[in-house]
Write a protein that binds this ligand. Sequence first.
Ligand SMILES: Cc1cc2nc3c(=O)[nH]c(=O)nc-3n(C[C@H](O)[C@H](O)[C@H](O)COP(=O)(O)O)c2cc1C
Length: 380
Amino acid sequence: MDLDLLYPEVADLRRRARRRLPHFAWEYLDSATGDESTRARNEAALDAVTLNTAIFGGKIEPDFTTTLMGREQALPFGMAPVGMSGLIWRNAEPILARLADETGIPYGLSTVATRTPEELAQHIGNQGWFQLYPPGDGEIRRDLLKRAKDSGFHTLILTVDVPVASRRERQRRARLSNPMRITPRVLAEVAMRPAWALAMSTNGIPKLATLEKYAKVDANLPSTAHVGYLLRTAPDWGYLDVLRTEWDGKLVVKGVTDAADAKACEKAGADAVWVTNHSGRQFAAGRATADFLPEVRAATKLPVIFDSGVRSGTDILRAIALGADFVMLGKAFHYGLAAFGAKGAAHVVHILREQMIADMGQMGISKPVQARDRLPSLAK
Ligand SMILES: Cc1cc2nc3c(=O)[nH]c(=O)nc-3n(C[C@H](O)[C@H](O)[C@H](O)COP(=O)(O)O)c2cc1C
């Protein structure tokens, strides 16, 4: 099957993913919180970014390589951490880790993944980032950091935008609970999705593999992203200071939405800030990420990573034009996985790259960062 012909954009993969996932798994992947208006604003704000084209630019040889925190990346985008990936598709974490390694882009492994850092060590090559939901217990935190480091994860992502659980009404209505109850309704939803059911049947019930070790939490049950709550604390600035002394690799603060916070992260010794609103999964009254990205960019010299609402290569170029150094995607790779397994995730990389090539030709630029010269406000 020619995926490029039949599924030329991420939206096509999303539609197929919806048809292939049981309702509860789809709602887990696709939902935001409240009326989901933050999610809608994220997408609308990106849509609203226009860039100038250029003529007589000659032939363009696209060069996507970029250096981020001292490491060369083959493309200006990577895979954001997604908890319970294994609920979306069988072996999601190893599949994505291998794809990241082969492609030369980072992969973020979530604290609440269904595979451990130790299990991923053989797949991830040099592209492993480990995402930390901040445990309140120092001993558990230090153990997690050691496990990540020993498994070859060189960059730590501290996620700070989940100080409390959000309500995620769509997930509630889909009966995603913690612990999840295997009701007749859940079984019926699974029965209606044979490809998913078959794949899962050889893999066992997805569980919070990394946390199992510490678990007073019942790690044996699939659940929403909130299941890590027993380990998770609401960090203050002191927490960042402590983490900075405990982790000697690169440290990224994920969840920055404000210029002053970005400055404070820089002062505290962070190596990058990650502009995101968790794709609208935490707060329905949040500003669109594309709206505050330029403010954060102007406030700090640190690399700025960006996500939330990115669905195309065009969106990646828009974010870079607004000041992002690097762009991450969460749902898109999982739409690909749910649509076509490993092939679908790889197809997402292909789509994003091809879209950027087409756009860069229009803009007459050979490097994505030159999109900054194409913002209309800079037009001569
Ligand atoms: C199903 C799902 C689970 C997520 N789990 C985590 C997580 O465990 N840790 C984390 O830092 N962010 C998590 N995120 C947020 C992503 O890392 C990322 O910020 C977001 O998905 C980017 O928006 P996008 O999905 O529109 O690309 C999750 C997002 C989704 C959709």
